[in-house]
Design a binder for this molecule. Structure first.
Ligand SMILES: *[C@@H]1O[C@H](CO)[C@@H](O)[C@H](O)[C@H]1NC(C)=O
Ligand SMILES: *[C@@H]1O[C@H](CO)[C@@H](O)[C@H](O)[C@H]1NC(C)=O
Ligand SMILES: *[C@@H]1O[C@H](CO)[C@@H](O)[C@H](O)[C@H]1NC(C)=O
Ligand SMILES: *[C@@H]1O[C@H](CO)[C@@H](O)[C@H](O)[C@H]1NC(C)=O
Length: 482
């Protein structure tokens, strides 16, 4: 798109990060949404603001989740949503590191047609949906999403979008508006289908991993802070509060992804750093096995090229060079004799015992005394029998320009309930069993409902298995009758 000028700090950021993460193997870890950064989005969506004033419903939403989040497996979590009339199912990666929702569209160049994830891919067809409409470059959404009026916008030219992610993959296409179907929480362990009109990207051209078929999904659901996100649109329409949470389950797969105020478990929070492109928080200290790493305090400063990002669309965690080196030394201090080898750029070693017994816990200390406890079974991931690989990466070396960012991804965020409260601009987490359920408040009625964990890919297989069993049973009965 013409809007990608080389003077945009955003593009520079993208180039830097793409170098930074390309080494991190093929599985798209670091994702950076690059469209809006460095520009002021000054046009407020007045229409949306007005409709927000008319009756708020503020329901809770349950997004059924699948995936296992291990770098050696798929390395990603995805949710199921419905789009269009009649509604069709789409599986989209959930990503707190980017903003918009997009799905692969019909007539797409290099869109995957099948996936190894055990899910069925569907191409969205705006003409095939009775409620699908193209968004023109004149509409408020388009100028708002682009930070101003579109130069050369004449007549009904479609509103284009393009997003580049940190692993070098990209998607481009045009915006459409259609009904989004979701599971509204209506009772304990109960949901009903509800819908809302949402504007999202219709992917016409995918590049990089997004075009490949092995771990393909239908698209990406960005949970970033921008007004163009699905969450912001549902909030502007008065449907939900801007509060969501995830619990990513590395033990059973899937987990919980819900929109709404969590009342159980109780979650301690830390403030978000204001006016950042990503979910940035203030990291203060790092403790390994009870001893604080001696690090200069300016390493933890936040800013355009510094800070600590929380990103569910990234699998591993990245530390600046100095922090990585000291953390590495402390983690392996009692294991001088280990011999390392690399598997797909990961640092791996053989270890016969339990890593939780042999290695120290790492604790990240954040502003407001919020701690992130990361156990050896979280920061090492298993790759075959007794082979463990380190899930921390040296971001400073990978960027080769001394980019001093911390980025905490799925591996360290999993098996915890992570809460993003955008209304109060805080983020927090607590240790949690992501195969269980959480309690969410319905802000319209004040009722508190339990929302369960899901593992959607296995549910699909189970249904398949069940229908095959039923078929066999019917054939047996038919045989017996004859
Ligand atoms: C986002 O939307 C809200 C409410 O609709 C508005 O107040 C705010 O100014 C918008 N932000 C931007 C950057 O357009
Ligand atoms: C959206 O929800 C309304 C109200 O529940 C329902 O009447 C309508 O059929 C739904 N539309 C679609 C496309 O599902
Ligand atoms: C969840 O789904 C994954 C496949 O995505 C599967 O490997 C795992 O066994 C499932 N877990 C359960 C508890 O069914
Ligand atoms: C987590 O919760 C599930 C569902 O309630 C339960 O079956 C399982 O035993 C729990 N796991 C642990 C470690 O407590």
């Amino acid at each position: 798109m013409a809007s990608m000028r080389s003077s945009s700090p955003l593009l520079v950021l993208f180039l830097v990060l793409s170098v930074y993460s390309r080494q991190a193997s093929g599985a798209g870890f670091l994702k950076v949404q690059n469209k809006f950064a460095g520009r002021n989005r000054t046009i407020a969506d007045l229409g949306a603001h007005d409709s927000r004033r008319r009756g708020r419903i503020l329901a809770a939403i349950d997004l059924p989740l699948g995936g296992l989040g291990l770098p050696t497996d798929t390395g990603l979590y995805y949710a199921q949503i419905g789009i269009g009339t009649p509604s069709k199912n789409y599986y989209v990666q959930v990503d707190t590191g980017s903003d918009i929702l997009w799905v692969n569209c019909i007539s797409c160049v290099r869109c995957p047609k099948k996936s190894d994830l055990g899910i069925q891919l569907t191409l969205y067809d705006p003409k095939g949906s009775q409620s699908g409409n193209l968004v023109s470059c004149k509409e408020n959404f388009c100028s708002s999403a682009n930070g101003g009026e579109i130069p050369g916008c004449l007549g009904n030219i479609p509103c284009q979008y393009s997003v580049m992610y940190g692993d070098g993959s990209s998607t481009a296409g045009y915006f459409v508006t259609d009904f989004l179907q979701y599971e509204q929480v209506t009772g304990h362990h109960q949901t009903k289908q509800a819908n809302a009109s949402v504007t999202f990207g219709c992917g016409a051209q995918q590049a990089g991993d997004l075009g490949s078929s092995s771990e393909a999904l239908d698209g990406i659901l960005g949970f970033g802070q921008s007004n163009s996100s699905m969450l912001s649109q549902l909030a502007s329409a008065g449907k939900v509060s801007k509060v969501f949470s995830h619990c990513l389950d590395t033990i059973n797969g899937g987990g919980i992804f819900a929109i709404g105020r969590v009342v159980q478990p109780k979650v301690k929070t830390t403030p978000l750093v204001p006016n950042q492109l990503h979910y940035n928080v203030n990291l203060k200290k790092i403790e390994v096995g009870g001893t604080f790493l001696r690090l200069p305090t300016d390493l933890f400063e936040t800013g355009d090229r510094k800070g600590t990002i929380i990103d569910s669309g990234t699998t591993l965690s990245y530390l600046p060079d100095e922090a990585y080196t000291k953390l590495y030394d402390a983690v392996f201090a009692n294991h001088q004799g280990l011999s390392f080898h690399t598997i797909q750029d990961f640092l791996c070693f053989q270890y016969p015992g339990s890593v939780d017994d042999g290695f120290p816990e790492v604790v990240f200390h954040f502003e407001n005394s919020l701690l992130l406890n990361v156990y050896p079974h979280d920061y090492f991931f298993q790759n075959g029998d007794s082979i463990y690989c380190l899930g921390f990466q040296n971001g400073g070396v990978q960027s080769k320009d001394g980019k001093d960012m911390f980025l905490l991804g799925d591996l360290v965020l999993s098996n915890k309930l992570v809460l993003y409260d955008l209304e109060n601009q805080v983020i927090g987490w607590t240790e949690y069993n992501c195969s269980s359920s959480i309690q969410i408040k319905d802000e319209k009625t004040g009722a508190i409902y339990a929302v369960d964990a899901h593992n959607i890919s296995s549910a699909y297989r189970f249904e398949l298995g069940l229908s095959i069993m039923l078929l066999l049973l019917m054939i047996m009965i038919l045989c017996m009758v004859h």
